[in-house]
Design a protein around this ligand. Structure first.
Ligand SMILES: NC(=O)c1ccc[n+]([C@@H]2O[C@H](COP(=O)([O-])OP(=O)(O)OC[C@H]3O[C@@H](n4cnc5c(N)ncnc54)[C@H](O)[C@@H]3O)[C@@H](O)[C@H]2O)c1
Length: 482
């Protein structure tokens, strides 16, 4: 571990030289800082469980009593590979528990990580910070000794300063409670490994004490890396940069996806094949082929709302022009959804009117509802959005997803949900593969062909072997492919 040697700088206002990471004693008197995670959703539950696995004493706090009861009972309320076993092991080891009691949470922790949601506001593109405000306020009001409050939620730049003011308002000055920000980069589906083995840790701090506490609170990660002969780069910076790192990373990833999807649009018009185009440009190491798969575009609870909130915040700061391109990135992404509906209409021989195609009287199987494989998360999922659009166009839509059924049914109840892939495709005039689960990628087109009414398939993720499907008698349409 070379955290101290990563050439990091702390641009304090007076541009002091970088301070060494000071050894600090946790205010609770424990040998290692005791950590809490406020908000035990996809981010907070994963963190709480993984940090107990790293040997920390952990308490997860949430206002959702049902979620907390399930976690205490050894049940992970989300689908995330590998998390169930770690939860049960660490509950049994006595290092991990969950609570709805904020006084107990405040009393327990030395470092409190804020992991609550920051969804898009109902009245605009900006982030809704009400959950951050509520969690920080109630925690601050219950603190009785010094502690470090660390924001992990993805927030507009300037939030950490505002949180610091909130804390100042709700805690006596002599407690010396401090604030820091450490953005989170985990990916659902790989979250356990991303938390235990992150590719970097970024912290925004204002004092040596905060820096030392955060270092101690991450030492388990650095120690694990050392035993595996890896290094985890640590970037120590100011509040604003730490907040911006996260949204900049997401803006870049969204742009990369929309770039290749824009190329898909051009390929569609010109008769090219975007999959070969992507492979060919991706061989250039300056471009790289990761996140360069054309398809139905990005979704989930992060990229879409984060690029919108970033634009809204830049506008407030007078830098709106700089991020104007993100509007285009968003539009390209949304157009992919209507493209699937168009492809479906073409394959079914339905013409589009001013209100889109009329698909009434057709039966369509939609395979996939989650925003990507290996999660049950359907928030802003392109697959589910397309399924809803097909239903609105009059089709009788039958959906199957390996893990997302419960969430999908709750989100779009008007569709028909089937218990398995075969039930979804049985009698279908068209099959749309919209999330690239292994079960769909590896499906046997010959066997599926026996079940359907018409062998027509839209491959919304370019994840099927088009030759295999065509040989099995299917009319195949991919995204950005001839
Ligand atoms: N999900 C991801 O993959 C991911 C990755 C990186 C960053 N993030 C960011 O992390 C944050 C959380 O995302 P998520 O996906 O875990 O959201 P989530 O909706 O799954 O979880 C949020 C949790 O906060 C709880 N909560 C709400 N108000 C609370 C309060 N006052 N006190 C305590 N708990 C409260 C909710 O009950 C819920 O369990 C967001 O800012 C998101 O952008 C998420």
């Amino acid at each position: 571990m070379r955290a101290e040697k990563t050439g990091v700088t702390i641009p304090y206002p007076n541009t002091q030289p970088v301070p060494a990471i000071a050894a600090v004693t946790p205010p609770s008197g424990a040998a290692r800082p005791r950590v809490t995670f406020l908000g035990t959703g996809y981010l907070g539950a994963t963190y709480a469980i993984c940090y107990a696995e790293l040997g920390y004493e952990v308490l997860g706090y949430d206002v959702d009593a049902d979620k907390i009861a399930r976690l205490n009972g050894g049940e992970v309320p989300i689908h995330e590979p590998g998390l169930d076993e770690l939860l049960r092991r660490n509950l049994a080891a006595g290092r991990l528990r969950f609570s709805t009691d904020i006084a107990e949470t405040a009393d327990f922790g030395d470092v409190h990580f804020i992991c609550v949601g920051t969804p898009q506001r109902a009245d605009g593109m900006g982030a809704d910070l009400s959950y951050v405000e509520a969690s920080v306020t109630s925690l601050a009001q219950h603190l009785t000794r010094k502690a470090l409050i660390v924001g992990k939620s993805t927030v507009p730049v300037g939030t950490a300063e505002w949180v610091e003011q909130l804390v100042g308002k709700h805690t006596p000055a002599d407690l010396g409670v401090e604030v820091a920000w450490s953005p989170e980069f985990l990916q659902e589906g790989f979250a356990v490994d991303d938390v235990l083995r992150p590719n970097r840790i970024v912290v925004g701090v204002k004092s040596e004490w905060a820096n030392g506490m955060l270092y101690a609170a991450h030492k388990g990660v650095f120690d694990l890396a050392a035993t595996e002969d890896r290094e985890v780069p640590l970037v120590v910076t100011d509040f604003a940069t730490a907040e911006l790192v996260k949204v900049a990373a997401n803006a870049f990833l969204a742009t990369k996806i929309s770039f290749i999807n824009a190329m898909a649009e051009v390929c569609e018009a010109a008769g090219g094949d975007v999959t070969q185009l992507a492979r060919s440009i991706g061989y250039d190491p300056r471009i790289g082929n990761r996140f360069l798969q054309a398809g139905l575009g990005f979704g989930g609870a992060c990229l879409p709302k984060d690029i919108r909130a970033f634009q809204a915040r830049a506008q407030e700061l007078g830098a709106g022009e700089a991020l104007r391109f993100l509007h285009e990135v968003d539009l390209i992404n949304q157009r992919r959804r209507t493209r699937v509906v168009q492809l479906a209409a073409d394959l079914l021989g339905r013409r589009s009117g001013p209100a889109g195609p009329d698909l009434s009287g057709t039966r369509i199987a939609v395979l996939g509802a989650t925003f990507k494989p290996n999660t049950d998360d359907v928030r802003d999922a392109p697959a589910l959005a397309v399924a809803a659009l097909l239903g609105k166009a009059g089709a009788d839509v039958h959906v199957f997803d390996p893990q997302g059924m419960e969430n999908a049914r709750r989100t779009v109840p008007e569709l028909t949900y089937e218990a398995c892939m075969n039930d979804a495709v049985r009698g279908a005039d068209l099959v749309c593969v919209l999330t690239e689960w292994a079960e769909f990628r590896n499906a046997d087109p010959v066997a599926l062909g026996e079940l359907v009414n018409g062998r027509k398939v839209v491959d919304g993720r370019n994840c099927l072997d088009s030759t295999l499907w065509t040989q099995a008698g299917w009319t195949y349409r991919g995204m950005g492919r001839p």
